[in-house]
Design a protein around this ligand. Structure first.
Ligand SMILES: Nc1ncnc2c1ncn2[C@@H]1O[C@H](COP(=O)(O)OP(=O)(O)O)[C@@H](O)[C@H]1O
Ligand SMILES: [Mg+2]
Length: 332
């Protein structure tokens, strides 16, 4: 089975001589690798989660996949075609298939445009002038469970949850194969978050969409994603089937994220693990294991050597850590 999307060792750097100072020959000295070698694949109809703290490179990765950022290395295969490094004109053909949903999907757009204009803007951008925009707006509103008369409203008349639904409808406008949803539920009440996630799940089921959900909150991906990657400083430290990762998390960072966002029935064992301090600066990455300065289980070799390559804890779940959680002994 060919993957819909195959991301291979993608790297995105900022500040390495791309700005004016760099072009004039001055070294900024502040070059960072925001995405430092990410690989994963996504099948048609699958939902993939990318989870990590703020600054871990999630948005940069999404923008690279969506053609809004240039990735300097790696490949981004969409239905077998490499999108990395395509010029805007060449990427345009794929823009219809890959829809981006941003955290504040309509806040950044003109407050004077009606919902109908906002929803049908993708048609105008793609030059689909012959569409019946009125009918399309109503069709899209119905898909996200909003009444047809919302077409005549303005963004400021919407609640947070309704605005997110408009964001979903707009992403659906061109009938995409893949939706990249960056923090789709951030800032919403927990109950509204649940409604939005249910909506995404229903649409995916109905339309056979593939979805990538990016979030700092593990609870968001728990029930809706098939597989996920846990991202730290631009790299995955754990990757695999969502159920497996929740049942037997291996990397201390994953354990800490789980403890930071407990579900209503938190596992007492996880609740004791606390993430120390802030993520380190990308300008000066920690040596050896990059997580060691914050790791509650740090041992000597974590400070002196990088963790071994990917280790599999099952066929569908792997991690990079010197001292992963030992569930067999914990349960014995
Ligand atoms: N356009 C940019 N120029 C320079 N640095 C950037 C740019 N966008 C993001 N970064 C940096 O890249 C890192 C990852 O950011 P981001 O992808 O936004 O993380 P996340 O979405 O996980 O919070 C951060 O250190 C951020 O400051
Ligand atoms: Mg982000």
């Amino acid at each position: 089975m060919t993957a819909l999307l195959e991301v291979k060792d993608v790297k995105v750097r900022f500040g390495s001589g791309q700005g004016l100072l760099g072009r004039l020959g001055f070294s900024s000295g502040g070059s960072i690798e925001a995405v430092a070698g990410i690989s994963f694949s996504l099948q048609e109809g699958e939902t993939y989660g990318i989870v990590g703290e703020s600054g871990s490179g999630k948005t940069t990765l999404a923008r690279a996949i969506g053609g809004l950022h240039h990735a300097q290395e790696g490949s981004i295969l969409f239905q077998g075609a490499d999108l990395r490094g395509l010029a805007e004109a060449q990427f345009r053909g794929f823009r219809k298939d890959i829809a981006m949903m941003f955290q504040d999907p309509i806040g950044s757009l003109s407050p004077r445009l009606t919902i109908k204009s906002l929803l049908t803007e993708p048609y105008r951008i793609q030059g689909l002038k012959d569409r019946d925009l009125e009918a399309e707006a109503k069709r899209l509103l119905a898909m996200v469970g909003l009444p047809a008369d919302f077409a005549g409203r303005f963004p400021h008349q919407l609640s947070g949850g309704q605005a997110r639904r408009i964001g979903v409808a707009r992403a659906l406008a061109l009938d995409p194969k893949l939706i990249l949803a960056d923090e789709p539920t951030a800032g919403l009440d927990v109950s509204v978050q649940g409604e939005l996630l249910n909506l995404l799940a229903r649409l995916q089921d109905k339309l056979g969409l593939s979805i990538i959900i990016i979030t700092h909150n593990l609870n968001v991906v728990r029930h809706i994603t098939d597989r996920m990657g846990i991202m730290y400083l631009g790299r995955f430290v754990e990757e695999g089937r969502t159920d497996d990762i929740f049942a037997q998390p291996q990397h201390p960072y994953t354990l800490a994220l789980l403890a930071a966002n407990p579900e209503p029935d938190p596992d007492a064992q996880l609740a004791r693990i606390e993430l120390k301090g802030e993520p380190p600066s990308l300008i000066q990455r920690p040596l050896a294991c990059e997580f060691h300065p914050r790791c509650p289980f740090v041992r000597d070799n974590c400070r002196t050597g990088a963790p071994p390559g990917w280790q599999s804890s099952s066929e569908v779940h792997s991690h990079r850590c010197h001292w992963p959680a030992d569930w067999q002994n914990a349960e014995a």
